[in-house]
Design a protein. Structure first.
Length: 138
């Protein structure tokens, strides 16, 4: 099995397609973007927060590889109701896990990205949605 086939599993590609459920919406007031230095992938995110500072609505515009898109889809599926501190903590746990330390992060569906841990050049793409959301919420 080639390395690419091991990374781009049918599940990973299917998850990337889930972003269609979060189409871009210019009306959302908070915007952020992030770009991976290692691969050039990028994500733009638009958010609306509720009165308690939690994500109430989001939209994503991906310019990323399938791994980055699959990670963004996992982010989008479970971001609602989370505040900035929770997003920052989840991003830190995800980065630790990708680096080989720490347990699997407490983010629903994140285990889908397990094959990408062996590809450090993709780690930046995986973190994009969290990074873009943090920028939007600042």
């Amino acid at each position: 099995m080639s390395a690419g086939r091991g990374l781009y599993t049918p599940e990973m590609l299917g998850a990337a397609m889930e972003l269609t459920a979060h189409p871009w919406n210019d009306a959302l007031p908070l915007k952020g973007s992030a770009r991976s230095r290692s691969c050039g992938s990028a994500i733009e995110i638009a958010l609306q927060l509720d009165d308690a500072g939690r994500i109430a609505a989001l939209a994503i515009k991906p310019h990323a590889c399938a791994v980055g898109q699959a990670a963004a889809a996992r982010f989008a599926a479970s971001a609602a109701g989370r505040n900035a501190a929770q997003i920052v903590a989840a991003r830190a746990a995800l980065a630790e896990w990708l680096g080989g330390a720490g347990e699997t992060p407490d983010w629903p569906g994140i285990e889908l990205l397990e094959p990408a841990r062996a590809y450090p050049a993709r780690h930046g793409a995986i973190l994009l949605a969290w990074d873009a959301a943090i920028t939007a919420m600042e």
